[in-house]
Design a protein around this ligand. Structure first.
Ligand code: IPE
Ligand code: IPE
Ligand code: MG
Length: 245
């Protein structure tokens, strides 16, 4: 039997925690806690399916608009996640990158993240990217700024800049790792938009949406989406192979 191709890189917009909490009559932070439980299972499932890169949207540059209570509740969950999952992540050979500037988070969260990233730095299994205080436009702006500085100091000529130069200075292209563009982006909760996630990198990503709220999203539903991905016809502006003669 032919083995179906799995995507190399999956991005997930983990949406619907708030509506899940509302439906269960509990505070929003409990919805985020349930979402974290869901994320744990999806990380392991990703690794088991042989997918090399996973990027999850955990907190956007726009999510600061929410109440202080909700925002700090989310940041506290990061500490909880590290305390409960670090051993297992290490046993599963997971490597973690943070996409986003996390130095404005509370100190306990920064310390937990640094501990986790440091401990898993040498692992070479699943590359798990957590988009935290992440914005797609924000990272493009940061990249453009760096390139402008190189042009200003004379080391680059604007006429010679390439798309790869912009990619290089995004979080996904930074110094010690190079993450390919996502093949597939999944969004839960029925919303059909990208909300500033991997804006540059998603130019040719396949998109899939499900009405399931993130805390209810299961490894089974995930596996069925990965299977459906294999039937997508990706052309990248070209034509189907059989027709190209
Ligand atoms: C996604 O769930 C998690 C974050 C944005 C941090 P939401 O909190 O956006 O859930 P809904 O969209 O209100 O249901
Ligand atoms: C996107 O969800 C951000 C995360 C999942 C972290 P939002 O709930 O913030 O997006 P909008 O506001 O519905 O577009
Ligand atoms: Mg939402």
């Amino acid at each position: 039997m032919d083995k179906k191709p799995v995507p190399t890189h999956v991005g997930i917009i983990m949406d619907g925690n708030g509506r899940w909490a509302k439906a269960h009559g509990v505070p929003r932070v409990m919805g985020h806690n349930a979402g974290m439980q869901s994320m744990k299972k999806i990380v392991i499932a990703t690794s088991n399916m042989g997918i090399k890169y996973l990027t999850v949207y955990a907190f956007s540059t726009e999510n600061w608009k929410r109440s202080t209570e909700e925002v700090s509740g989310i940041f506290n969950l990061i500490v909880k996640y590290v305390n409960s999952e670090l051993e297992e992540l290490d046993e599963n050979n997971v490597h973690i990158n943070i996409f986003g500037q996390y130095d404005m988070l509370p100190k306990a969260s920064i310390d937990a993240i640094d501990k986790m990233v440091g401990r898993l730095a040498d692992n070479d299994g699943l590359v798990f990217n957590i988009a935290l205080n992440y914005g797609g436009r924000d990272e493009i702006l940061r990249s453009v700024r760096k390139l402008c500085e190189e042009c200003r100091d004379g080391s680059r000529d604007p006429a010679d800049l390439t798309e790869d130069d912009i990619s290089k200075y995004l979080w996904s292209g930074s110094a010690n790792f190079d993450v390919p563009d996502p093949d597939l982006i999944i969004r839960t909760s029925g919303e059909e938009r990208i909300s500033n996630f991997l804006t540059w990198q998603s130019a040719y990503s396949e998109l899939m949406f499900t009405d399931t709220l993130w805390p209810d999203f299961t490894p089974e539903e995930y596996a069925s989406m990965i299977e459906a991905y294999a039937n997508r016809d990706r052309r990248f502006g070209g034509r189907e192979e059989a027709e190209t003669k």
